[in-house]
Design a protein around this ligand. Structure first.
Ligand code: ADP
Ligand code: MG
Length: 355
C-alpha cells in the first residue's frame, strides 16, 4: 500500500504562503515526479508528505488514514536526499542497517534485510567498504538501500541525482526506474530537471510558485500542455512562442505577429482578430521550399541534428532538424510547420485553446 492524498494542504513560513491550497492524489505503486523551477515548493511539498514540516492547514492521508499529525517515523515513508548523509566511519553494511538497529531489530533479521537490499542494488561486494571508498553513484545506492530496508509504503526522493555528474545521472535514472519496477512501491521524486521527469515518471506534477499547473503522464504534458508555462517547461529544446492576431489571408486563417511574421494556423473556430500565443516545438519544424521565410541567426550542429535559430522582425523561432544543414547567419531559411503540430494559447491568460 502507498496511496498518498493531499487535501487542501497549505504551507506558510511566517507570513509567506509558499503552498496555496493544494489537492493531489498519488496512486499506490505510482512513480510520481514533482517538477518545476527552483523555489517553486517541490521540497516543501515532499517534506510536508514526509512529516518533516508541519502543514499549516489541510489534511494528508496515507492509505486512507489521516496522517496529518503523525510524526515522520510513524508514516511508513522513507526519504532519500540529494546529499547522501551517510556515516563516513561506518561500513556500507552498518549504514544500510542503521534504521533497523535504531528500531532494535533482531541481528539475524537485520543481516537478512541488509543483504537483500544490497543484492537488489548491486552492493553485495561493497558491504565492508566505507562510503569514502565508493563512487558517488554507489553512495547514492547505499542511501537508497537504507530506505529499502525499512520497507516503506512509499519512497520520497529529493533531487537524489543532482550531485552526480551527467553520465552517472543517466545510469542512476535507469537504476531507480528499474528499482521501481522490481519493488512496485510508490515513489515520489522531486527534480527541477524536466528530462528526468519525462524519462522516469508515470505521472508528472508541474509546479509553479506552489501551484499545480498540470498533472499528467509525460506524453499528455508533451502533447496537450494546459498553458504556456507547462508548454515551455516540458520538452527540450523549449517550445517556440509567437504572440499574434488571427487574421484571414487569402481566405485562410493565419497568425500574424506584431512584426509581420505569418504562420499557418490549424483548423479553428477562434474568431478573426483574436489575440493568441502560437506554440510550435522546434522538433516539429522542418526546412523546405514551401516554408515560412526567416533569417538565420545561429546554426548549432549537434552531431546528427542541427538546431537553427532564425528570426523575422522581433520574432525568434528555432528548429531542430534531423539532417546536418549548412546555413550562414543572415541568409534566408524556410521553416515548414504542419498546422497539426501547432498549440494555441490565449494571448492574455496563456491557457490552452486548442484541444
Ligand atoms: P524547491 O524545492 O522547489 O526549490 P522549496 O520547497 O525549497 O523549493 O522552497 C519553496 C519556497 O519556500 C521558497 O521560496 C523558499 O525560499 C521557501 N522556504 C523553504 N523552506 C523555508 C523555511 N524553512 N523558511 C522560510 N522559507 C522557506
Ligand atoms: Mg528543493
Amino acid at each position: 500500500m502507498g496511496q498518498i492524498t493531499l487535501k487542501q494542504v497549505t504551507k506558510s513560513f511566517g507570513d509567506v504562503q509558499v503552498i496555496p491550497p493544494l489537492d493531489l492524489t498519488i496512486g499506490d505503486g505510482e512513480f510520481t515526479v514533482f517538477v518545476g523551477p527552483s523555489g517553486c515548493g517541490k521540497s516543501t511539498l515532499l517534506r510536508l508528505i514526509a512529516g518533516l514540516e508541519d502543514i499549516t492547514t489541510g489534511h494528508i492521508e496515507i492509505d486512507g488514514k489521516d496522517a496529518t499529525d503523525l510524526v515522520p517515523a510513524k508514516r511508513g515513508l522513507a526519504m532519500v536526499f540529494q546529499s547522501y548523509a551517510l556515516y563516513p566511519h561506518m561500513s556500507v553494511r552498518k549504514n544500510i542497517a542503521f534504521p533497523l538497529r535504531m528500531a532494535k531489530m533482531d541481528q539475524a533479521e537485520i543481516d537478512k534485510k541488509v543483504e537483500g537490499a544490497a543484492a537488489v542494488l548491486n552492493l553485495t561486494d561493497y558491504l565492508d567498504r566505507r562510503p569514502g571508498q565508493l563512487s558517488g553513484g554507489q553512495r547514492q545506492r547505499v542511501a537508497i538501500g537504507r530506505a529499502i530496508v525499512r520497507e516503506p509504503s512509499a519512497f520520497l526522493f529529493d533531487e537524489p541525482l543532482s550531485n552526480l555528474d551527467a553520465a552517472l545521472r543517466v545510469g542512476m535514472r535507469l537504476e531507480i526506474s528499474e528499482l521501481h519496477k522490481r519493488l512496485a512501491t510508490t515513489m515520489v521524486y522531486v527534480t527541477h530537471d524536466q528530462v528526468e521527469a519525462m524519462t522516469m515518471a508515470d505521472k508528472i506534477v508541474v509546479l509553479q510558485a506552489g501551484v499545480i499547473e498540470q498533472v499528467g503522464s509525460p506524453l499528455e504534458l508533451y502533447r496537450t500542455p494546459r498553458n504556456v508555462f507547462v508548454a515551455g517547461f516540458i520538452g527540450s529544446p523549449s517550445m517556440n512562442f509567437v504572440n499574434g492576431t488571427i487574421t484571414v489571408k487569402d481566405g485562410k486563417k493565419t497568425l500574424v505577429s506584431k512584426s509581420g511574421l505569418e504562420l499557418p494556423m490549424p483548423e479553428t473556430d477562434l474568431a478573426e482578430g483574436r489575440e493568441v500565443t502560437y506554440g510550435i516545438r522546434p522538433e516539429h519544424i522542418t526546412v523546405g521550399d514551401n516554408g515560412v521565410p526567416l533569417n538565420v541567426v545561429v546554426v548549432e550542429p549537434t552531431g546528427s541534428e542541427t538546431q537553427i535559430f532564425a528570426k523575422s522582425g522581433e520574432d525568434l523561432v528555432d528548429a531542430l532538424v534531423k539532417d546536418r544543414i549548412m546555413a550562414t547567419p543572415g541568409s534566408e531559411v524556410k521553416f515548414v510547420i504542419n498546422p497539426d503540430d501547432v498549440h494555441l494559447f490565449d494571448g492574455k491568460t496563456g491557457d490552452r485553446l486548442s484541444s
